[in-house]
Design a protein around this ligand. Structure first.
Ligand code: SF4
Length: 447
């Protein structure tokens, strides 16, 4: 994902101008927003292009080798177009690789090293102090559209999935106190945000590192805990979407809040596989054989629940039998939204040493079989919505077609609801529509 920021026109041309490239996942996007907020507060301007900027800042993603290649290409483009480049983000944890490809970058800092990246910017393009320019909206600068925003609740991860190097890059779990998260959420809502997307590496583990320490918000004390966070966010009166949740037993407690409409009936659980032996080789957290039964109970409590997940096919040692188990499991569980990746060895991941690497052509075939199966399941699940009335949030307005999302669609990763209408709707508006038709991934509706 790449995002460029949209900001009000500059008022003082003499202020240093930064061109910003943000690559990677929503968590990286939140980091970008924080860095930009700080830079704006110090009087920097954002440039819409690399040319003419005093400096280019590239926030990289280093999760997969393909993401690293994308990051290196973005750095290369920035050097070509501007020549003065600072690199930060996940890939910054591996400076040698960056220097080998692009020796002329000015500085490299790692993920969440806000102070270091700001220090590097100060050195390369010293800030111009101006009390008027130093003003920044209290809610900060957001790269995401005004009507939705990501809310990052923690950094790092205590799990050690064998295919993942995030804990090496970002360290162990560090949860933000609930009060601090809620104050940020309140500011976003006050600034017009209609949907908050809760992100972290492992949202359901929130607060484990601080032993669920109590923290003050409004007139009471709350535990820094997944359930309390869901309850508190449910008081804000906006859409609240939970992402990257693992099926720990305590997740069951949050499902009734979804049924009551306090938070969205949507849960994003990156299962990655279904076969117990593959999950063991992956060292996935909270994997257990009773998942099918739990999902069935969740849907009894909250029939509108949308479950999204991601999977990896071709993980080392994955046999045809294990893969078929996964296909059967998908059929049985009937997940609503699913993404699928072909296994990619990431430098530094322990899964590289596992036996039985799956040949690329086998992986490719499995990926197509998986996608075909899931397209059928997704179409089946979506068809159930035809004829119902759904509340949707407007994302984009065209002359005759409006693109919106239902409660079951997260921005950027899920499908859309297309509304044919000449009525003037506004971006960020909540409207109720009638679902007329369903495709494999999208819905078509009228007012
Ligand atoms: S839960 Fe696993 S995949 Fe996710 S960040 Fe932690 S170690 Fe990586």
């Amino acid at each position: 994902m790449t995002d460029t920021a949209t900001l009000p026109p500059p008022t003082d041309r003499a202020a240093p101008k930064i061109s910003f490239v943000s690559l990677g996942c929503p968590k990286a996007l939140v980091d970008s927003e924080r860095i930009i907020t700080r830079l704006r507060a110090e009087g920097y301007e954002l440039s819409r292009s690399h040319q003419g900027a005093d400096l280019v800042l590239v926030n990289t993603c280093g999760f997969l080798d393909s993401a690293k290649a994308e990051s290196l290409a973005a750095i290369g483009d920035a050097l070509k177009e501007n020549g003065r480049v600072i690199v930060t983000g996940c890939m910054g944890a591996e400076p040698d690789q960056i220097r080998a490809a692009h020796p002329s970058v000015l500085a490299i800092t790692g993920p969440q090293q806000y102070e270091s990246v700001l220090a590097a910017v100060h050195e390369a393009a010293p800030p111009k102090h101006d009390p008027f320019l130093d003003l920044v909206p209290p809610q900060g600068i957001k790269l995401t559209p005004r009507h939705y925003a990501y809310l990052k609740i923690s950094e790092g991860c205590n799990n050690r999935c064998t295919f993942c190097i995030i804990p090496k890059l970002r360290g162990d779990l560090v949860s933000r106190p609930l009060g601090e998260v809620m104050r940020e959420a309140e500011k976003l809502v006050a600034a017009g945000v209609k949907e908050l997307l809760v992100v972290s590496q492992d949202t359901s583990a929130y607060g484990i590192d601080v032993k669920y320490a109590e923290s003050q918000w409004r007139d009471r004390s709350w535990r820094t805990k997944f359930l309390d966070l869901a309850q508190a966010l449910g008081e804000l009166g906006v859409w609240v979407r939970m992402q990257y949740v693992y099926p720990y037993p305590h997740v069951d407690e949050v499902i009734p809040l979804m049924a009551e409409g306090k938070i969205l009936p949507y849960i994003d659980i990156p299962f990655q596989h279904a076969h117990p032996d593959v999950l063991r080789r992956m060292k996935r957290p909270a994997h257990q054989e009773k998942t099918v039964e739990r999902i069935r109970r969740w849907r009894e409590i909250c029939p509108d629940l949308t479950i999204r997940s991601t999977f990896i096919v071709g993980f080392p040692g994955e046999t045809e039998k294990e893969f078929e188990f996964l296909l059967d499991w998908l059929d049985e569980v009937g997940l609503d939204r699913v993404g699928c990746f072909k296994y990619e060895p990431v430098a530094g991941a322990t899964s590289n040493a596992l036996e039985g690497q799956v040949p690329p052509e086998v992986m490719e075939r499995r990926w197509h079989r998986f996608m075909k199966k899931q397209a059928e399941i997704s179409a089946r699940r979506l068809k159930r919505k035809v004829g119902t009335r759904q509340q949707v949030l407007v994302d984009e307005v065209g002359p005759t077609v409006v693109r919106a999302r239902s409660k079951g669609d997260a921005p950027e990763i899920d499908g859309s609801v297309f509304i044919h209408t000449r009525r003037k709707l506004a971006v960020g508006e909540l409207v109720t529509v009638k679902i007329d038709r369903a495709g494999d991934y999208d819905l078509f509706a009228s007012l």
